[in-house]
Design a protein around this ligand. Structure first.
Ligand SMILES: NC(=O)c1ccc[n+]([C@@H]2O[C@H](COP(=O)([O-])OP(=O)(O)OC[C@H]3O[C@@H](n4cnc5c(N)ncnc54)[C@H](OP(=O)(O)O)[C@@H]3O)[C@@H](O)[C@H]2O)c1
Length: 276
């Protein structure tokens, strides 16, 4: 276990420390599959778990964390506000519901899952209040484009700490990354393995071979090299371990350049570009 490396962190705009690497649990089945995956990750040294109400496994995440015996304050937990819970009078209740499911008093990061038109501004105001009431140590957004961020920044009292978006060499959102950096918003990469659809790409395979690493490890390291938080998902113990072994090598600037040219606007998840 390489705990020191796995807790390499970024500091968010409110001073909260967030491990740069974590486990995602979307599509991880509720019950044993989820508790086993989270326990395997914690045993491998992960200290950051990314869930959401809509994943239907918050209870399992909370249960596994308690079973691990690791103090709650040593683990960074993110969950998200689902679309149906957005808007005035609903968002805070949704967070309280998630905390109940997780069996926790607070989360480390609460994200607006998607920029739902006509509701997202009200949702953000409720998240700001929930933050002041210490229900979440930080608040942020997900799937926000530059336009959605600019709109939010115009009337927000609190700048989002994080924007969690799909990000990998095949969807290299350079302008979005620049906008986030300029506004001190931490970019977080979801689907960093392009949902497993790019681990056989020949150029990734060639670079992986050069470093004696796997394609998945190259894809994950590509984010870490750019100080981007990254949360690959797996339910397989050996892959959970493999995905974490990304702190014992560096990708050269030349190879980072090659990887950064692979962009083909390839999305595996939803596209928020046209959301009003
Ligand atoms: N905010 C959002 O809207 C949003 C959207 C999507 C994802 N996310 C978050 O980001 C996390 C990660 O994204 P993701 O789950 O979409 O996809 P991902 O991490 O890019 O890929 C997961 C897929 O890759 C496979 N895989 C894992 N490790 C592998 C390895 N070493 N070699 C080959 N294949 C491997 C997994 O299969 P096995 O499980 O069978 O190993 C699974 O099918 C999610 O779990 C979720 O927490 C957030």
């Amino acid at each position: 276990m390489n705990l020191k490396a796995l807790t390499q962190s970024v500091i968010l705009n409110n001073g909260v420390s967030m491990p740069i690497f974590g486990l995602g649990v979307w599509k991880t089945k509720s019950g044993k599959e989820c508790t086993d995956a989270v326990l395997a990750a914690l045993e491998a040294g992960y200290r950051h778990i990314d869930t959401a109400k809509i994943y239907g496994n918050e209870e399992d995440v909370g249960k596994a964390i308690r079973e691990s015996g690791i103090p709650r304050n040593e683990i960074f937990v993110t969950t998200k506000l689902w679309n149906a819970d957005q808007g005035k009078g609903k968002s805070r209740k949704a967070l309280e519901g998630s905390l109940k499911s997780l069996g926790m008093d607070y989360v480390d990061l609460y994200l607006v899952h998607f920029p739902v038109a006509s509701k997202r501004s009200d949702s953000w105001r409720e998240l700001e209040k929930a933050y002041h009431d210490k229900l979440s140590r930080s608040i942020g957004v997900s799937n926000y484009t530059i336009r959605h961020l600019n709109e939010l920044l115009r009337d927000a009292q609190i700048t989002p700490a994080v924007n969690q978006v799909e990000f990998h060499p095949f969807l290299n959102q350079k302008d979005l990354l620049e906008t986030c950096k300029k506004n001190k918003i931490q970019l977080e990469a979801y689907s960093p393995l392009a949902h497993g659809q790019k681990t056989n790409d020949p150029q990734i395979a060639a670079i992986a071979k050069k470093y004696g690493k796997t394609p998945a490890q190259i894809l994950i390291r590509w984010s870490i090299e750019q100080n981007i938080v990254v949360i690959p998902k797996s339910v397989k113990k050996e892959r959970i371990l493999e995905n974490s072994q990304v702190f014992d090598f560096k990708i050269s600037p030349e190879d980072m350049g090659i990887l950064s040219e692979l962009d083909e606007n390839f999305r595996t998840c939803w596209d928020p570009t046209d959301v009003d």
